[in-house]
Design a protein around this ligand. Sequence first.
Ligand code: PLP
Length: 470
Amino acid sequence: MTEQEQALFRKIPGVDRLMLHPDIMGAIKSYPRALVLKAIHNVLDDIRARIKMGVLVSEPELELDAVSGQVVEKIEAISRPSLRPVINATGVVVHTNLGRSILGERILRRFRPLAGGYSNLEFDLEEGKRGSRYTHVEDILKELTSAEAAMVVNNNAAAVLIALETLARGREVIVSRGQLVEIGGSFRIPDVMRKSGARMVEVGTTNKTHLRDYEEVIGPDTALLLKVHRSNFQIVGFTKDVEGSELVSLGRRYGIPVMEDLGSGCLVDLSSYGLVREPTVQEVLAEGVDLVTFSGDKLLGGPQAGIILGRKDIVEAIKRNQLTRALRIDKLTLLALEETLRLYRDERAAVREIPTLKMISRSYRSLRNKAERLAKLIGRLKGGGLSIELTDGNSKVGGGALPLLEMPTRLVGLIPGTLTAPFMENYLRSYDPPVIARVERDRVLLDVRTIQERELKIVAGAVRELARMG
Ligand SMILES: *Cc1c(COP(=O)(O)O)cnc(C)c1O
């Protein structure tokens, strides 16, 4: 160590002195002593490390007041919850990194009594004896989709895993090469297949799979014909896919069940709201598919869950599988799912009250209006840090659904003055609450589609404070 470094080391205030500093004595009144000590040690370790690495540390930085200030900041950072609300200004509605779907008011109001009290989760109130947690959503799922039977697990990955394990463990599952998808977060069809103990038999090519490709490999060991929704990619050009109905007739002829992993799975036809036409869950079941699975928190707009619908004997077998206990759904999730499904009894109520559907179906005109309101709330900006400009752009559904679909929207763009776009993006992300925006062509873009009404004021405040940094 150089002499200069040694001199700096000697200047670092000790723990005892810091503990007597008024700011830190103040902090001890509101935070646990152990946490304050941890913060002190973190800050001191950091200073020592910087000196050792030769990073410039100036003497004023080592004064008691300065170090105490750092400690107080550290205490606040450590005690802040890790999981926090953020404002989604990206325009990606089902944003996987930001929690996918958000829940509406009606559901939130029901959380308090159910989370803070006991419930009839597994108790039959009429008979006064043990019941099943699945009953709370079974009937409504059957009612909405005309499925023969229903059950739910932790997420769609779990639904696919348990379905394969139940139907095809140690046997063969036939699937098209064009459907071997990877969903973000390492869900890959070949890997899930292996984990389930089923043997995957790939047929066709990347771009074309014919019905005869399936038929040629059917044998005594074939347990299932599987169709997987491509979700996050598309194959265009010289292509051929086998329709669900064709696969169903093939399955019937050989007495082999057909399963479809729908990924998003939607209960209403969203083409009337500007989305591309996708078969609804009801339509897929009506084709005669024996089992379908889909997510609760993608286009359905509910909580994270995996929904399994289909033939009664198959669903019963899945329920009996030991894995259900490991993959079972939590009671708060069940509550949110039941409430979300109840809204689907009236399509207009669903589109009005399920935030995911509401954001997707919002018209360009109303988004334009919302962007103008945000601009007005931001008001005139002083100084040359940044300026704002409203432009047209596109939002995305996200969540690995409809990857090519662009929904016209209105953007509030932050144009760099003395501040750069990366600085602005970083500032907004460090704001409390964090505002997550996207940067494109050297501007920060705020898409009002995914900013909630109550958040407009906060975003405007953040932009005004940001402008003052310039
Ligand atoms: C999203 C998706 C999954 C995984 O669903 P999770 O609910 O995220 O577990 C599985 N298969 C397909 C086709 C998907 O799109």
